[in-house]
Design a protein around this ligand. Structure first.
Ligand code: MTE
Ligand code: MO
Length: 371
């Protein structure tokens, strides 16, 4: 595996939780899992070298010249496309925020298994590529297709495997309506070819959905007339939902969850008393865009509006700031941010335990010391 110049390599000796040369926190080296220290947030578009990396398996070895994307299954004709062919098709550019469904897991009590992400398994980038709908025009979907299965080239033993078996590939499915409307087969990130850790040569971008849907190193697209029951669809990246008859079933995660996060100050920071301090953060919606963000500087008793920086953008986060006159009396202070969306939903105070170890978006207090 080779890294593009200017990108990490993570140092061999680093242990989970140690910073990599690019300033990312190394949660795991193999498979590679890197987190952005969220307190370093300072711009709308996250630079590639600061963008978190989430891998379940070793990064596959891919040669751009011989790599092909296969489209098969319930289609009139199977299609095989080279990178050059995809690049010659009409392109589309979208700004989309990817958040790992496990982002914030480190704040759950009791502790949950899995990578202990704090706030930074999230990033916002400009993605350029071909609309999946363009590629599907060539293959022509059969009537009755309900799902498109997106399969990566990476493979290995899944973490929660009951017993060792054949290696499996990373794969997720997207319903046909979402696939035709929104899904992008991206070959560029922030104007540059994708780097290996982010899915070179092609990755899916499923705007608005948690990161697991945006399959990297995309190798195969399978049109299907039935729901997909793959491991990353049903065992990992699924949450409990109550059916009308009261029974709980596991359903695949889809949309991101409504959330505002404070970047600065960070928990444990000491802030000067009787000062103007700019509280800074980001907010993003679930199925609806964020319309309003509030901040509490008294542990959730009272709330004030923050200033949104920029216009709401359908699938991207919004940055925000708040001018805080810190108390003149030294002591501990708890800050909490909460987002509201266009449908009137507000971020919940309490954790919904049916979400398991995913979609951590209840109030997450930031405790600082005024001194
Ligand atoms: N092929 C493949 N695609 C994948 C993954 C993976 O392990 N293999 N991880 C997924 C998860 S869980 C997330 S959050 C995003 C992370 O994308 P990034 O590494 O570019 O930030 O990629 C998704 N796509
Ligand atoms: Mo993820």
């Amino acid at each position: 595996m080779s890294f593009v110049t200017g990108q990490f390599p993570p140092s061999r000796a680093s242990e989970a939780g140690v910073a990599s040369p690019a300033g990312l926190i190394v949660r795991e080296e193999e498979p590679l899992n890197l987190e952005m220290p969220f307190s370093s947030l300072d711009r709308f578009i996250t630079p590639v070298e600061q963008f978190y990396v989430r891998c379940h398996f070793p990064i596959p070895k891919i040669e751009a010249e011989t790599w092909r994307l296969q489209v098969e299954g319930e289609v009139c004709r199977s299609v095989e496309l080279s990178l050059a062919e995809l690049e010659s098709m009409p392109s589309r550019t979208v700004v989309a925020t990817l958040e790992c469904a496990g982002n914030g897991r480190a704040y759950l009590t009791p502790q949950h298994e899995g990578t202990q992400w704090e706030f930074g398994a999230i990033g916002n980038a400009e993605w350029q590529g071909v609309a999946l709908s363009e590629v599907l025009k060539r293959a022509v979907l059969n009537a009755g297709v309900t799902d498109l299965i997106l399969e990566g080239a990476d493979q290995g033993q899944p973490e929660k495997a009951v017993r060792p078996g054949d290696p499996i590939r990373f794969a997720r499915s997207v319903p046909v309506e979402k696939a035709l409307r929104d899904v992008l087969l991206a070959y560029r990130m922030n104007g540059r070819p994708l780097t290996m850790p982010h899915g070179f040569p092609i990755r899916a971008i499923v705007p608005g959905w948690f990161g697991m849907a945006s399959v990297k190193w995309l190798k195969r697209i399978i049109a299907s007339a039935e729901p997909f029951h793959g491991y990353f669809q049903t065992i990992e990246y699924a949450a409990w939902q109550t059916r009308p008859d009261g029974q709980k079933t596991l359903v695949p995660l889809t949309n991101q969850a409504l959330k505002a996060t404070i970047a600065r100050p960070a928990s444990g920071d000491v802030v000067p008393a009787d000062h103007d301090y700019v509280v800074y953060g980001a907010a993003w919606g679930g199925s609806e865009p964020v319309t309003r963000v509030e901040l509490s500087v008294d542990g959730g008793k009272s709330w004030q509006q923050v200033r949104l920086l920029g216009e709401p953008c359908e699938h991207a986060w919004l940055l925000w700031e708040f001018s805080w006159r810190t108390p003149s009396v030294p002591g501990p202070v708890t800050l909490i941010a909460r987002a509201h969306d266009a449908s009137g939903c507000v971020q919940p105070k309490e954790r919904d335990h049916d979400l398991g170890s995913y979609a951590v978006h209840h109030w997450l207090p930031v405790n600082v010391e005024v001194d």
